[in-house]
Design a protein around this ligand. Structure first.
Ligand SMILES: [Ca+2]
Length: 82
């Protein structure tokens, strides 16, 4: 695996934030029933903007590290909790 670096103008970064079927945003865990709801939010203006199409949360370095929703199948750098 090659390293992935996000830069001010570089690609966005995936997080573990996911939208549930009921439309709620959570930090996804192994057991979906234990996935905590977001208690802090840092959405970019107008985001999340496609609730039924974009169900994964990413960070945009280019826009002040604000958050956006996007299609989960897009490839990008990622961060995760160990
Ligand atoms: Ca979006």
């Amino acid at each position: 695996m090659r390293p992935c670096y996000a830069t001010e103008n570089g690609p966005y970064i995936w997080t573990g934030g996911r939208q549930t079927k009921s439309g709620k945003w959570v930090w996804k865990t192994k057991d979906p029933k234990k996935s905590p709801a977001l208690t802090y939010k840092h959405w970019y203006n107008g985001e999340p903007n496609k609730p039924n199409q974009e169900k994964c949360l990413n960070i945009w370095p280019k826009y002040g590290y604000k958050w956006g929703d996007a299609k989960c199948e897009l490839k990008a750098c990622f961060v995760c909790e160990k």
